[in-house]
Ligand binder design. Sequence first.
Ligand SMILES: Nc1ncnc2c1ncn2[C@@H]1O[C@H](COP(=O)(O)OP(=O)(O)OP(=O)(O)O)[C@@H](O)[C@H]1O
Ligand SMILES: [Mg+2]
Length: 343
Amino acid sequence: MFWKQIMNWITNDVAIDLGTANTLVYLKGHGIVVDEPSVVALETETKKVIAVGNKAKEMLGKTPEEIKAIKPMKDGVIANFEVTETMLRHLILLSQQKKFLIRPRVIVAVPSGITEVEKRAVKESAEHAGARKVYLVSEPLASAIGVGLPVHEPYGNMLIDIGGGTTEIAIISLSHIVDHNSIRIGGDEMDEDIVSFLRKKHNLFIGESTAERIKIKIGSAYPLPNELTMEVRGRDLVSGFPISMKISSEEIREALSETVSTIVDAIKRLFEETAPELSADIADRGVVLTGGAGQLKGLDQKIRETIDLPVTLVEHPLTCVVMGSGKILDNLEEYQKILLPNI
Ligand SMILES: Nc1ncnc2c1ncn2[C@@H]1O[C@H](COP(=O)(O)OP(=O)(O)OP(=O)(O)O)[C@@H](O)[C@H]1O
Ligand SMILES: [Mg+2]
């Protein structure tokens, strides 16, 4: 007990939501201390880090040849090992208040559909970034704990987390994921949909950051009570000159319709395959919607209409995973059985 208290005093254990779009760090006993986009800017030749997080994201699509702004995560998993490690090291260091007396234990939330090889990559990446011990937890379970769902009970809870690179649909009972469907589609695809739609329909060439702004401002999955418009600046592919064009929310809904359908179909399929006792519980309590892209206007309504169940978008959809991982870290013994088996 005494030893534990000393360890608590000299270490800074952290829980990390290593997301495709955003990485958040929870410091044991403190709460969220880092919340940054998963982007790193490096000098092309020397690989020296110039910026991590918000500052690096601002550089996306605007860098000269000497600098590269990189998103090291794709579809929920590591796409660039070296840069992920650099990013993690930087963000873990940023979270440490009593500087590394003893290296921290780290919990990392990972997609439920992750392969063994991908799990090992996350583990090694966190170890190289300075972790003494790495535990992995499944994102939807962490998210459910973050939201405060009664995961320990013999009761079916359905949670949908739509992030930048993945959509996780999970049915949870007795501290386990009973059924899940994890598809590598999320907010990033929506941005790509908008880029290619505007290119095809209006010969308008825009970058992904602009597409993300359009998605957040006027994107929707369901007809809006008051449809919206937005002035969009880009390059005219015919003349090559910069132009400005008014784009409507109806057009953007059309651009997003295929990705939205893929997500909604995956939800419907999992619900239809669920054991009757669990689906009766879910019908009782409804479905919980989390993740940044879960905030797409009208997406909750679209899901509600398709599966004919109540759907609730949580109050803080971007922080559930890290808050849940943090809760696990704060009560590691209680939640031991929730962690993924060691790899
Ligand atoms: N208001 C909004 N409407 C629609 N999409 C949004 C909104 N706010 C944020 N997003 C999108 O949410 C996504 C980021 O969500 P989140 O931080 O949950 O993803 P992540 O955890 O990094 O990714 P993943 O879990 O897939 O690895 C981005 O694609 C972002 O554009
Ligand atoms: Mg996520």
